[in-house]
Ligand binder design. Structure first.
Ligand SMILES: Cc1ncc(COP(=O)(O)O)c(C=O)c1O
Length: 381
């Protein structure tokens, strides 16, 4: 049975990426690898729309979040953290784990953060070192208005830090123009590579903070990493994830061939199609239409339906892999990922399977999911 991996990362790999990642090892000290890494980081600057340095750490995205905290903060510091889902809360938890005081902006899960709430938090803690926000809150399918939040943050000395793990390459993100100081993403989401590399874009303003930040760090040191990265040949202080970097290089080529704006538009279109499809089945999408992320759609599990039974049947009988709800959303929502390399056919197969399985597990017997989605895919395609 064909498998349709429709989770919000890791995402399926296009053939070009698979071929690139399956090659024999080379030395990470070779000119060949150093050039490949330099090109990859240069391409990332174009995709993240930043002139800042991009630091590649061998780790998952969470490592990138932790690295950011230990490079920006000192003991006794406070940060403001937007907590509207599992990933916003995780960023806050990481800061707390390092003894940083966290002024949490609590946002009901499923809603986008109000930039005015961030303003109020900064008024309470005007010396905050940074404001931490998940751009696309993957746990609830919400897109926070990063541009609006960043423009509020700019009125204070705090650095604007964006977790763009599921947004970069899928959702409109203009790092420098919006005034984002640190942007964190990871290889396994919309950049279409396997897991294993966290990527951190650091602005000049943020480097000033790094110079004075006193939390201990070794592996995660931004300065140690930057010292090895050249524009033409880039090395890393420790062994890099060579295969993943090769895959990223291939994935970024595809991103650039598609064009950034076209790619954002495609994700918008696919996301709208998925939302139309699930609504045709009588299901409710978690966020309001205007706050819905282009990367992932979160859907309320209908009353009387066991989400585990739903997801299991989709997977075993239709080869469709969707994700459940993380943390406190477990059993309440399911998530349909549509970021990275998502052929229309995969989206339609996912909706078709949902339509077939829902009534079998006690859900509504809606009809026309595929047609509703196909109409949108065709209209804007
Ligand atoms: C918004 C966001 N932040 C952070 C992470 C954590 O990334 P990782 O699982 O690669 O550590 C994820 C992963 O899904 C995410 O979607």
């Amino acid at each position: 049975m064909r498998q349709y991996l429709l989770i919000p990362g890791p995402t399926p790999l296009p053939d070009e990426v698979l071929a690139a990642s399956g090659q024999q090892m080379i030395s990470h000290r070779s000119t060949e690898f150093a050039r490949l890494l330099a090109e990859t980081l240069e391409a990332l600057r174009r995709v993240l729309l930043t002139r800042g340095a991009i630091l590649p750490f061998a780790s998952s995205g969470t490592g990138g979040l932790e690295a950011t905290i230990v490079n920006l903060c000192s003991p006794g510091d406070t940060v403001v953290a937007v907590c509207g889902g599992a990933f916003g809360a995780r960023f806050a938890d990481i800061a707390e784990a390092f003894g940083i005081k966290v002024n949490r902006v609590e946002v009901p899960w499923g809603q986008a953060a109000d930039p005015e709430a961030v303003r109020r938090a900064l008024q309470e803690t005007p010396d905050a070192r940074a404001v931490l926000v998940a751009h696309s809150e993957t746990s609830t399918g919400v897109r926070n208005d990063l541009a609006a939040i960043a423009s509020v943050v700019r009125e204070w000395p705090a650095l604007m830090v964006a977790d763009a793990v599921s947004s970069a390459g899928a959702v409109e993100l203009r790092t420098d123009e919006w005034g984002v100081d640190v942007v964190i993403t990871a290889s396994q989401k919309a950049l279409m590579a396997p897991p294993g590399v966290a990527l951190i874009g650091v602005s000049e303003r943020a480097w000033e903070a790094v110079k004075v930040a006193r939390l201990p760090r070794f592996y995660w040191s931004f300065e140690r990493m930057r010292a090895e990265l050249g524009d033409v040949e880039a090395f890393t202080p420790f062994t890099p994830a060579i295969s993943v970097v090769r895959a990223l290089h291939a994935g970024l080529r595809m991103v650039e061939a598609e064009g950034l704006e076209a790619r954002w538009a495609r994700h918008r279109r696919t996301a709208r199609a998925v939302r139309a499809g699930v609504r045709a089945l009588g299901l409710r999408v978690v966020p309001r239409e205007e706050d819905a992320s282009e990367a992932v759609t979160a859907v309320w599990v209908p009353d009387g339906v066991d989400s585990t039974a739903l997801l299991t049947r989709l997977r075993t009988e239709h080869g469709v892999v969707l994700a459940g709800g993380p943390g406190r959303m477990h059993g309440k929502i399911f998530r349909f990922g549509h970021l990275g390399w998502v052929p229309d056919e995969a989206v339609l197969a996912g909706l078709r399977a949902l339509e077939a399985v829902l009534p079998e597990v006690g859900g509504p017997a809606g009809r026309g999911a595929e047609a509703a989605a196909a109409e949108i895919l065709a209209m804007e395609g």
